[in-house]
Design a protein around this ligand. Structure first.
Ligand SMILES: Nc1ncnc2c1ncn2[C@@H]1O[C@H](COP(=O)(O)OP(=O)(O)OP(=O)(O)O)[C@@H](O)[C@H]1O
Length: 261
């Protein structure tokens, strides 16, 4: 049961997770002619100097998420929130530590990979297939996905290529596709921030439903109100470290004190 605290089922365990990005040729202006010339002039030694820049984006984060929880991820820009989600989704390898998940986590980001040249309609099908839905399931849910997204409220936009959508419209469709399925672990990266108020209310309601349906929801947002309305627990990351992990109000109070929001 989703809200049964006596039998808490772990869905995600992060154990001392470290994520390091490696940026090749950073600082060397690799593609430019002057950079190429200076590399030749500097010779072999440059190989080491040019080397690889490392960005240690997540540093020793540990937590356990349980079924039925909605967990907000907060922190200032560049604090490691998206990186941590990508690691939980299995899209980034850990440098050290481990992520254990129950089921397949789905990452819904505003940059989720749908195809701009295809119509909204085709992307609904593509996204559904990518999430493991059958063609029949997609056909059954197609209309409710389009209705939920509200894309067609102002005309027949679903038959236009997605690249013609505003960023808010694109984000709404992506959220609607992902929310059409019940997920073991659903991770939402800023999706709510881009929709208008009406859509935000609709998606917050859907997140609450997804929670009841026994999944775990992670939500990255800079909108504290979204976090308050949706989450009961918050992880606060800063410079890749987990500063606080606790009940939403407790953590947000400290965060707002710190950031002056
Ligand atoms: N692909 C990448 N290559 C190298 N460094 C990266 C990459 N993506 C993120 N970083 C770095 O990792 C750190 C954490 O970035 P991340 O995007 O996870 O932060 P965030 O908390 O989600 O930020 P924001 O709130 O601005 O979206 C930053 O220092 C960023 O510069």
């Amino acid at each position: 049961m989703a809200d049964n605290n006596t039998e808490r089922v772990p869905t995600v365990i992060a154990d001392d997770v470290h994520i390091v990005y490696r940026v090749h040729g950073a600082g060397g202006g690799r593609g430019s002619a002057t950079a190429a010339l200076s590399r030749i002039l500097r010779g072999k030694k440059d190989k080491q100097q040019r080397g690889v820049r490392e960005v240690h984006a997540v540093r020793g984060v540990s937590f356990t998420a349980y079924r039925g929880e909605a967990i907000g991820l907060i922190g200032t820009n560049g604090s490691g929130k998206s990186t941590l989600l990508r690691a939980i989704a299995g899209l980034l390898p850990t440098e050290r530590g481990h992520v254990y998940t129950e089921g397949q986590p789905s990452l819904l980001g505003v940059n989720a990979a749908l195809m701009g040249d295809l119509t909204g309609e085709r992307n609904v099908i593509l996204g559904g297939l990518a999430m493991g839905m059958s063609r029949e399931q997609i056909r059954d849910r197609y209309q409710s996905i389009v209705d939920f997204s509200g894309i067609n409220e102002k005309g027949d936009f679903i038959t236009l290529p997605m690249r013609t959508y505003s960023s808010g419209m694109g984000a709404r469709l992506r959220f609607s596709i992902a929310a059409a399925k019940n997920h073991d672990v659903l991770m939402i990266d800023e999706a709510l921030a881009t929709g208008d108020r009406k859509f935000q209310i609709r998606s917050e309601r859907r997140i609450r439903e997804l929670r009841k349906e026994a999944g775990t929801v992670f939500l990255v947002s800079h909108r504290n109100k979204s976090i308050r309305d949706t989450c009961d627990r918050v992880l606060w990351l800063e410079k890749g470290e987990l500063l606080m992990d606790g009940p939403t109000e407790e953590v947000l109070k400290e965060y707002e004190k710190e950031t002056g929001k």
